[in-house]
Write a protein that binds this ligand. Structure first.
Ligand code: IPE
Ligand code: IPE
Ligand code: MG
Length: 230
């Protein structure tokens, strides 16, 4: 895997297909999520090695609360395990861990681990790893609007709006990848995706690999981004 000037600065991934991966193996859905967590490790490493500066992973949407309680709790348990097991690796590799979404509404113990991981890794300079947790892009926009009203702002610029989003200190994603063959955004980064490039793959998230990731990045490097120009 190579670092290249044409590599995207910010990649966002909609990690989908864990449930179907488990179903195909007659395993409980949580085993799909466990396998998905392994893929997260592999892709975080690959992104860092390629010099990607921002990697944002959609891990739990605000709509995912509709799932059965045991699955939701299992996801938070895996999240805690991930943070605890990966802390040393993140510190060693200069990764700063970050969360977007209404994570203040997650269970107490989950919040505590997230806060600790963010605090411990805050000086990491190589790559920012962001998890979207209890994230809804529409809600993010509404929260920004509410804050604008609260601040009594009479005129709003794009810049003024952007600084009130969860992603206020990140560039927009250059590339958004979704696994599992679904062709939708599912309420992810609606504002920020205005000029993102998209890549959809049928691969289920637990089967997604470093190799496929690097092929997608190669494909991205060959695209021409015009931003409305000619
Ligand atoms: C993605 O996999 C993980 C989360 C949404 C938490 P899914 O659990 O949505 O897997 P499928 O779509 O049912 O296969
Ligand atoms: C999107 O996947 C959310 C995450 C990957 C966390 P879903 O599986 O929840 O999306 P839909 O329901 O298929 O749109
Ligand atoms: Mg899904």
């Amino acid at each position: 895997m190579e670092k290249s000037k044409k590599n995207p600065k910010h990649i966002a991934i909609i990690m989908d297909g864990n449930g179907r991966w488990a179903k195909a193996r007659e395993l409980p859905r949580i085993e799909g999520h466990r396998a998905g967590a392994k893929t997260v490790k592999e892709i975080v490493t690959a992104a860092r090695e390629m010099g990607i500066k921002y990697l944002t992973l959609y891990a739990f949407s605000s709509e995912n609360w509709k799932r059965p309680k045991p699955e939701v709790n299992g996801l938070f348990r895996l999240l805690i395990e991930y943070c605890e097991n990966e802390l040393d690796t993140m510190l060693k590799n200069g990764i700063s861990f970050n969360v977007i979404g209404e994570w203040g509404k997650l269970p107490n113990n989950t919040r505590k681990v997230l806060r600790n991981t963010m605090g411990e890794t805050e000086k990491g300079k190589k790559m920012r790893l962001t998890l979207a947790l209890n994230y809804s892009a529409r809600k993010e926009i509404l929260i920004a609007v509410s804050n604008i009203l609260k601040d009594n702002v009479k005129r709003i610029s794009e810049k003024g709006f952007i600084k009130r989003l969860f992603t206020y200190d990140m560039p927009d994603p250059d590339l958004i990848i979704r696994t599992s063959g679904e062709l939708r955004l599912s309420n992810f980064l609606l504002w920020q995706a205005a000029y993102s490039e998209f890549f959809f793959t049928k691969t289920l998230w637990p089967d997604f690999s470093k190799d496929e990731f690097s092929k997608i990045i190669e494909d991205f490097a060959g695209r021409e981004r015009r931003y409305g120009g000619i």
